[in-house]
Design a protein around this ligand. Structure first.
Ligand SMILES: NC(=O)c1ccc[n+]([C@@H]2O[C@H](COP(=O)([O-])OP(=O)(O)OC[C@H]3O[C@@H](n4cnc5c(N)ncnc54)[C@H](OP(=O)(O)O)[C@@H]3O)[C@@H](O)[C@H]2O)c1
Length: 346
């Protein structure tokens, strides 16, 4: 019999895409596993039936319900994608897995989906360039008070280690591409720029051009397939306070993306000019993008300097690169329009 894997955020962009990609795995131990998908509503549970998963309508804030679920279903891996900023939920899940480990003595692994914004100076990261093989935990611990994502990473590293669990923290860069899940298939970055450009009939760019780090959602789901398979095979991986895994497909410059986007949108008649104009100022950008100024800057102005080395331990090789992204911008627009149409239809 296969292992039981519990995935939170199962109807989100990342969690839903992971579940869909797991459903296509035909070989290895992952193909034999039973996937349990944590959802918040009956409609979400229904949407997941085609992925051949066990939908679990469960409150992640209820530690007793979680512990009972993990023990009853003998869950050995949790993949937590629901939130990287809620320490209470991460704590509840780790405690629940610890209870299951105490119940039958079998090993268990907690995989936490975080984000590379933790290493950007716009979020108060003071240490500049960082590799995932550096003592990241000790560096993050020195600046948890300025960014909640770092605080939760540190909590996960410490609590998994003291609970005797294998704790792995996956930190993707900003993502793009259409998600493969049954519910939310879209993320913020490019869709928000496309939506704002349609509303203003103009593609905008920030005054500062930046090299940004990007990961295509299909590269990230491949990463999750490989890391979960490695855990199922009981391969020794750096874990706990050493268990940081950065994921980046490639970098690209904002202006080249937005200039190409402007041409593609102009070709479709969605904007008046085939060139991107600079935002008048950050406040105007934030209002148009419908986000607070600080979050706007973190999302579009962040440019963490990182090296991803631990990916080699699981053999991950991203297949998306800068050229492929630039060539796929018309597809991003098409996806945006199609998903917007399906939201509008009854
Ligand atoms: N997207 C990116 O570019 C990116 C990059 C790096 C890191 N991240 C991080 O990865 C995480 C997931 O991102 P995402 O893009 O997949 O977000 P998303 O599409 O909003 O998905 C999050 C999912 O988690 C569920 N969820 C949130 N809070 C919950 C709670 N308290 N209890 C139960 N379920 C809860 C949501 O449920 P409902 O559907 O019911 O609301 C949703 O289905 C976030 O922490 C994000 O910061 C994202």
């Amino acid at each position: 019999m296969g292992e039981n894997i519990f995935i939170t955020g199962a109807c989100g962009y990342i969690g839903g895409s992971i579940i869909a990609s797991f459903a296509h795995v035909k070989d290895g131990l992952l193909a034999k596993a039973t996937i349990h998908a944590a959802v918040r509503s009956e409609e979400q549970a229904q949407s997941l039936t085609k992925n051949n998963v066990v939908a679990a309508k469960i409150d992640l804030n209820n530690p007793y319900a979680l512990a009972g679920y993990m023990i009853r279903n003998d869950v050995s891996i949790i993949v937590h994608t629901a939130t990287s900023i809620d320490g209470d939920i991460a704590h509840n899940l780790i405690e629940a897995l610890k209870r299951r480990r105490e119940a039958n003595g079998k090993k268990a692994c907690f995989i936490h989906n975080s984000g590379l914004s933790a290493f950007d100076e716009s979020t108060g990261w003071p240490f500049g360039h960082v590799r995932d093989t550096d003592p990241v935990y000790f560096l993050e611990k020195q600046c948890t008070d300025t960014y909640v994502v770092r605080e939760v990473d540190v909590l996960v590293a410490e609590q998994t280690e003291s609970a005797g669990l294998t704790g792995l923290i996956v930190l993707p860069s900003s993502l793009y591409g259409r998600g493969g899940g049954t519910w939310n298939q879209t993320t913020l970055l490019l869709p928000a720029l496309i939506r704002t450009a349609i509303a203003n009939r103009q593609v905008f760019k920030f005054a500062r051009d930046k090299e940004i780090l990007l990961t295509h959602i299909s590269d990230l789901t491949t990463f999750y397939i490989q890391i979960v398979e490695a855990v199922l095979q009981k391969r020794a991986l750096p874990a706990g306070t050493s268990g940081y895994y950065f994921t980046v497909s490639h970098s690209a410059r904002w202006w080249e993306i937005l200039d190409r986007l402007a041409i593609a949108m102009h070709n479709r008649g969605l904007v008046d000019e085939p060139t991107a104009k600079t935002w008048p100022d950050d406040a105007f950008a934030a209002e148009a993008l419908d986000l607070p100024v600080n979050l706007t800057l973190t999302m579009w102005d962040s440019s963490p300097k990182v090296s991803c080395l631990n990916k080699d331990l699981i053999g991950w090789k991203p297949v998306w690169d800068r050229e492929r992204l630039l060539e796929s911008l018309d597809e991003e627009i098409e996806n945006y329009l199609e998903l917007a149409r399906s939201k509008d239809s009854p």
